[in-house]
Design a protein around this ligand. Structure first.
Ligand SMILES: *[C@@H]1O[C@H](CO)[C@@H](O)[C@H](O)[C@H]1NC(C)=O
Ligand SMILES: *[C@@H]1O[C@H](CO)[C@@H](O)[C@H](O)[C@H]1NC(C)=O
Length: 217
């Protein structure tokens, strides 16, 4: 939630109609770096946000109770302790996603997604450590180490048959992935939803649908 003492954010846009923010850099903000709240029609582009692990807060751009917000061409380097909750995601490409490049270093850990509602999302739950938007990537021996990732109460419908994909690096894999109370159905009635794992390890609890075979009860 946004702290309405606007001084604690590096940049806060609250109750704004039609605004454009471009070409700024932020480093180690005391709170969220950029917060947008109760606003309509905001365009954010070409921001560079850097928050190393010791930074007090790693929210890059936080959007709350706003409409028509377009964020593009931003570089957000934040690390661990990312918690997403109480969100509704409708007809997007990705629902809850972690993606990393091959050959990168560092880690992505202590990340949680709770109480997320999805409607006809193409990739409802996805960890993609083979991210390669322009093609031509090789498999490398190093990878970002992904661990301690929780999906709790993630429910809704998938626009693709493959509802859950955990594709972790061949070198380090993903560890301590937890799924609990996850229920994703195929948006097409009567069609099954499926899950796929590569080198992912962890636990599941309560309902996990479709079943994710690489996680154990
Ligand atoms: C779950 O998130 C929705 C918003 O998508 C919110 O309205 C609801 O109160 C949340 N439920 C719980 C139990 O926190
Ligand atoms: C990288 O490794 C994965 C997993 O073994 C494999 O599916 C993929 O085809 C490989 N990609 C390349 C470009 O070799």
């Amino acid at each position: 939630m946004i702290d309405y003492d606007a001084r604690v954010q590096s940049l806060a846009l609250l109750h704004v109609t039609k605004a454009q923010v471009l070409g700024l850099s932020f480093k180690n903000s005391a709170m969220m770096h950029v917060a947008i709240g109760m606003s309509v029609g905001v365009r954010i582009s070409n921001l560079k946000i850097t928050a190393p692990a010791e930074s007090p807060n790693t929210d890059g751009i936080h959007v709350e109770r706003s409409r028509h917000v377009i964020i593009s061409d931003c570089q957000i380097s934040t690390a661990e302790g990312i918690h997403v909750s109480d969100s509704t995601i409708v007809r997007t490409d990705n629902g809850v996603r972690i993606k990393t490049w091959q050959g990168a270093t560092g880690f992505a850990r202590d990340i949680s997604f709770r109480n997320i509602s999805l409607t006809e999302v193409r990739n409802p739950i996805i960890i993609d450590q083979f991210y390669c938007p322009r093609g031509g990537c090789k498999n490398e021996t190093s990878a970002v180490q992904v661990s301690d990732v929780k999906f709790i109460g993630v429910k809704g419908t998938s626009a693709n048959d493959m509802a859950i994909r955990l594709e972790c690096s061949q070198s380090s894999g993903c560890h301590d992935v937890v799924m609990e109370d996850v229920d994703i159905r195929n948006a097409v009635p009567g069609e099954q939803a499926q899950a796929f794992c590569f080198n992912a390890h962890g636990k599941k609890a309560k309902v996990v649908k479709p079943d994710v075979p690489c996680l154990s009860y």
